[in-house]
Write a protein of this length. Structure first.
Length: 386
């Protein structure tokens, strides 16, 4: 009789052996590349010291510490890689392999984290994108103008990020080498950054003002008040921009930059208030249209009570109206959060937290509106086919 076929069990010793070999090779490769890169940077730094006598001692010490940390990391990677390579397979544990992988990935994780750092002054999360999502083409010139203004802001914002990256590079070069050429490059790079920053804020405020003007459901007095405040901030930024090209020293550039940084809390509060007003206006307009539709449906039901199940449909309309009224509570809570936002640099994180709560509350109201629209359509279908 033929013996049934059997599958051989997985040889975990062999698996661990090969994983250890691969991990050790990766560590040795990373250590070799890190060593070559560090040696090249040390050679460049030593050459800079020989060419210049104006290096700041604190900058030299900081750079040397960075080199020391990098050399220690390379040594640890290389040592652990060799240990894994020569260690007998039966003594290798999966924990050893995991530690090796962590050592290999740490530099990349740190680099990725550093690349995600952003400027403290500009909001890298674009608040305007929230109401831009799902926007459809419209023949309304005001809406088209708002869409173009948003596009201009997004374009300018990308330019700012590019300029900011170049500024960081030139700044680090100046702090490291302290030459006159490096200083001149740093001054020009800083001026470009200030110009790009101000232009980005200017297009941001203009986008808000344009969107505000195109949004229904907002009282004329509120619109005029916010538009005047936004225009005043745009004028401030225009005056700030006019001052930057003539600045010749880092001290003068820093003083001009501080003027905008001191003004920014006021701009932040105004932008938060405008965004809330836009959201509230859009939802108020939809709510008013839904209420009008429900009244028309109720009149239709009353006129055809004998042919329709008027009691059931009337109750549905009442439930839908109550659902819509729940938004008033959310709006009141949002306005309470808005009142807690104050124009102060010390309250920046607190302001962002309050605004986050406002956006959450507005998302709740939008969800309810979506439900009410669905309920209303269901009621219309019930009347149509009854």
């Amino acid at each position: 009789m033929n013996q049934p076929a059997t599958t051989s069990p997985v040889n975990w010793l062999t698996v661990k052996k090969y994983l250890a070999k691969l991990t050790s090779i990766a560590l040795l490769f990373s250590a070799t590349r890190g060593l070559i890169t560090t040696l090249a940077e040390i050679f460049t730094f030593v050459s800079a010291i020989q060419r210049s006598t104006s290096l700041i001692q604190s900058d030299v010490n900081t750079t040397l510490r960075i080199f020391l940390v990098e050399i220690i990391r390379v040594a640890v990677e290389a040592t652990y890689g060799v240990v894994l390579l020569v260690k007998p397979g039966h003594k290798v544990r999966f924990l050893h392999i995991i530690v090796g992988l962590v050592l290999f990935l740490i530099p990349y994780l740190i680099t990725d984290t550093l690349l995600q750092q952003t400027s403290d002054l500009l909001l890298y999360q674009n608040p305007l994108s929230i109401y831009a999502q799902g926007a459809s083409p419209s023949p309304n010139p005001a809406i088209d103008s708002a869409t173009q203004a948003l596009s201009d802001y997004q374009f300018q914002f990308q330019n700012y990020r590019t300029t900011h990256s170049q500024y960081l590079s030139d700044k680090n070069a100046f702090l490291t080498f302290q030459t006159l050429n490096a200083q001149e490059t740093a001054i020009e790079s800083t001026k470009k950054l200030l110009i790009s920053r101000a232009e980005t804020l200017h297009t941001y405020l203009r986008a808000l003002r344009t969107k505000l003007g195109a949004t229904p459901g907002i009282t004329l007095a509120t619109k005029e008040s916010l538009e005047a405040d936004l225009s005043a901030e745009e004028s401030f930024l225009e005056e700030h921009l006019a001052q930057i090209p003539s600045l010749l020293s880092l001290e003068a550039i820093n003083n001009e930059s501080l003027k905008l940084e001191a003004r920014y809390p006021q701009i932040q509060v105004l932008s938060y208030t405008t965004i809330y007003t836009i959201f509230r206006g859009e939802q108020t307009d939809i709510s008013q249209k839904l209420l009008l539709e429900q009244r028309n449906l109720q009149n239709l039901v009353d006129q055809n009570a004998t042919e329709l199940n008027s009691d059931r449909i009337s109750q549905w309309l009442k439930d839908t109206e109550n659902k819509l009224a729940e938004n008033d509570t959310s709006f009141a809570a949002a306005e309470k959060e808005l009142s807690q936002i104050k124009p102060s640099l010390n309250l920046k994180l607190g302001n962002q937290r309050h605004f986050g709560k406002i956006l959450s509350l507005l998302e709740e109201t939008r969800t309810r509106l979506t439900q009410v629209v669905s309920f209303t359509q269901e009621i219309i279908n019930r009347i149509k086919y009854s």
